[in-house]
Design a protein around this ligand. Structure first.
Ligand SMILES: Nc1ncnc2c1ncn2[C@@H]1O[C@H](COP(=O)(O)OP(=O)(O)OP(=O)(O)O)[C@@H](O)[C@H]1O
Length: 608
């Protein structure tokens, strides 16, 4: 029964096969329940025929019902109905467990894969799309397991039904053999009509999720720039498209449903017509006709399950293709088995590092954007080196390379003479910590955000906060360390979030600390205090700091000046000032900005 295009059917069956392999026990139990249901439903017709023959017809003939006859009718029917109920419950529970287990299993796999895939892959995949992969697409893939056990049970019912008809009367069997293929053909037409519509609705569901995620993420920009109407319109357009697609799916279903459900009813009429003629000729009993007519009427509903499975196939295939694109994504990082030395500040070296981002050019073709070009660095153990450069000069990319969040296209990063690519999984973060430009807070307590689930006593947390100049504000929070910071730290200021992020790194006592503009939201005097404390507390720490302020730069032992991804010069601040024009211009601008800020602050102080 090739309903959707052959490839969809083949791919759909492969998805089903994968699901069965994932949940063999629960699925078998669901099918068993369904077979019990199928057999018992077909036997209901036989049972009705039996009680009509054995009890109802004699009672009508005698114009009297005995208690024994009533018990007999009730007993036979109760036994059949109870076994059918057990089958239905078994099918529903086991089928549901199989379906939800598959959903949970693949959600976990997708999320684990997200965490495993390198930053390079994430750069190319928007988070709205990832959300819909882990949610709507996984659901779409495994929803087919809801009607599947029932559909398999229906096949058993149909075979049983036809056997019963053949046994009872060949002419009634002819009616059955005409009506059942008609049912299949009607389902074929139904699926043909449904396939493209369901596929489109599924794709639109993912689109809605992507647009919604983007809108929510950009809430601040949208509000502050007064773009609410534009954003609402963008969302309206895509949700209306989804609505129309779903209505179209419903309309198609609505057109076919009455026709498909009418076929068994027409079959019942045909059975009654043929059956009456046969009874009149004395070739058939009334009980046999009732039995077959009833068989038709009870088949009407379950036969639809076959249609539902076929209707779900295209959606399952679309969902699976999107999920497997994530699961099969390559490019994961290879790890070695070496550990980095511990116990002393790290020696950081970068040798001729190069890294380019993959981007799409205007024509949509793949292109490369070189962000770091031929960068060589040598940071002595315990030293503080400031990386300075204009915007887009590759500073953040360099920090990502040094943390091994991405691997260089060429060159190497060495920590204590060990190439980071040879370090075992998780080995780099045991020694090094990065505080990134954008701080992320979990919806957890202050303590949870600092320890991130690792075992640290409160003393250690307070010490880390002390270095990060965060003790004062945390003490004033209503529940101190236990205060919940809200989603993304919404209840904290930018500077407070940065201090918690710093404490999160400091508590790990890193031997290599990388700060990427990690103090931009705290005022300069606090920043200076933080860096001073880091220096004091960090004789055992090598610090690489992306610096945007004079105060930060002045605290460094050495400055590396980047432009266009290349190291233009390096040396002390004083040396660079004298010989590097780009550097001089940049730090002069920083100094001017700082002076203006100070003047404004002084003005405000006077006017208060
Ligand atoms: N995910 C990305 N995909 C493509 N190009 C990127 C990506 N991230 C950064 N780039 C590009 O790489 C170059 C270096 O970016 P990077 O963020 O490292 O600079 P930066 O010096 O840290 O800048 P800033 O001071 O503004 O933070 C820039 O040209 C930038 O456009």
């Amino acid at each position: 029964m090739n309903v959707p295009p052959t490839s969809t059917l083949r791919e759909g069956l492969a998805v089903i096969g994968r699901g069965i392999k994932g949940q063999p026990r629960w699925f078998s139990l669901a099918v068993l329940g369904s077979v019990v249901y199928g057999v018992m439903t077909s036997l209901t017709a036989a049972a009705i025929g039996y009680v009509v023959r054995e009890a109802v017809t004699p009672a009508i003939a005698a114009r009297h019902v005995t208690a024994g006859q009533l018990w007999f009718i009730g007993g036979v029917m109760a036994a059949v109905v109870l076994t059918t109920i057990v089958g239905v419950i078994g099918r529903r529970i086991a089928g549901g467990v199989a379906m939800y287990n598959l959903g949970a299993m693949y959600r976990r796999r997708v999320t684990r894969q997200y965490l495993r895939l390198p930053l390079r892959w994430h750069h190319r995949h928007p988070s709205g799309q990832l959300l819909s992969n882990a949610n709507a697409d996984v659901e779409a893939t495994w929803n087919i397991f809801a009607p599947l056990p029932m559909a398999l049970g229906v096949i058993v019912m149909l075979v049983f039904g036809i056997v019963q008809m053949v046994v009872v009367d060949p002419w009634l069997a002819v009616v059955g053999l005409t009506v059942f293929p008609m049912l299949f053909l009607a389902n074929v037409a139904f699926q043909r009509a449904m396939s493209p519509r369901v596929t489109r609705a599924q794709q639109l569901r993912a689109d809605v999720s992507e647009v919604a995620h983007e809108s929510f993420e950009a809430a601040l920009i949208v509000k502050s720039l007064g773009r609410e109407d534009h954003e609402a319109e963008r969302f309206r357009a895509v949700t209306h498209e989804l609505r129309d697609a779903n209505i179209e799916v419903g309309r198609t279903r609505g057109r076919f449903d009455p026709a498909i459900e009418a076929i068994p009813t027409v079959g019942t009429l045909a059975v009654l017509f043929v059956g009456t003629l046969r009874v009149r000729s004395g070739l058939l009993s009334a009980a046999e006709v009732v039995q077959i007519a009833y068989l038709f009427s009870i088949l009407a509903f379950p036969v639809r399950a076959l249609g539902w499975v076929l209707a779900e196939l295209p959606r399952a295939v679309v969902g699976w293709n999107r999920v497997s694109a994530v699961l099969d994504a390559t490019g994961s990082m290879a790890f070695g088995d070496r550990s980095l030395p511990t116990g002393a500040a790290s020696h950081l070296q970068a040798e001729r590092l190069a890294y380019a981002y993959e981007i799409e050019d205007e024509a949509g073709d793949a292109d490369l954007n070189p962000a770091v070009v031929d960068v060589t660095l040598d940071v002595a153990p315990g030293a503080t080196v400031a990386v300075v450069g204009p915007t887009g000069s590759g500073k953040s990319t360099l920090t990502n390379l040094v943390m091994r969040l991405v691997d260089p296209d060429s060159g190497a990063v060495l920590v204590d003479d060990v190439d980071l690519r040879e370090v075992r999984h998780g080995g780099v973060s045991e020694v090094a910590a990065l505080v990134a430009q954008q701080t992320f807070m979990f919806d957890d307590s202050v303590r949870g955000n600092i320890t991130l689930g690792a075992e640290h006593g409160d003393d250690a947390v307070w010490r880390a906060l002390d270095v990060a100049q965060g003790t004062g504000f945390v003490e004033k929070l209503p529940q101190g360390l236990d205060t919940h910071v809200g989603e993304r730290g919404a209840s904290l200021s930018g500077g407070q979030r940065q201090r918690i992020a710093l404490a999160r790194a400091v508590i790990r006592q890193p031997q290599l600390l990388i700060l990427d503009d990690a103090t931009s939201a705290v005022d300069p005097s606090v920043e200076q205090a933080i860096l001073g404390r880091l220096r004091e507390a960090s004789s055992g720490t090598t610090v690489l700091v992306v610096a945007y302020r004079m105060a930060t730069i002045l605290l460094a032992d050495e400055v590396v000046y980047l432009e266009g991804g290349r190291v233009v010069d390096h040396g002390s601040h004083a040396q660079l000032l004298g010989r590097c024009v780009g550097y001089e211009r940049l730090v002069t601008a920083y100094a001017r900005e700082a002076a203006e800020r100070d003047a404004i602050a002084a003005d405000e102080e006077v006017s208060r």
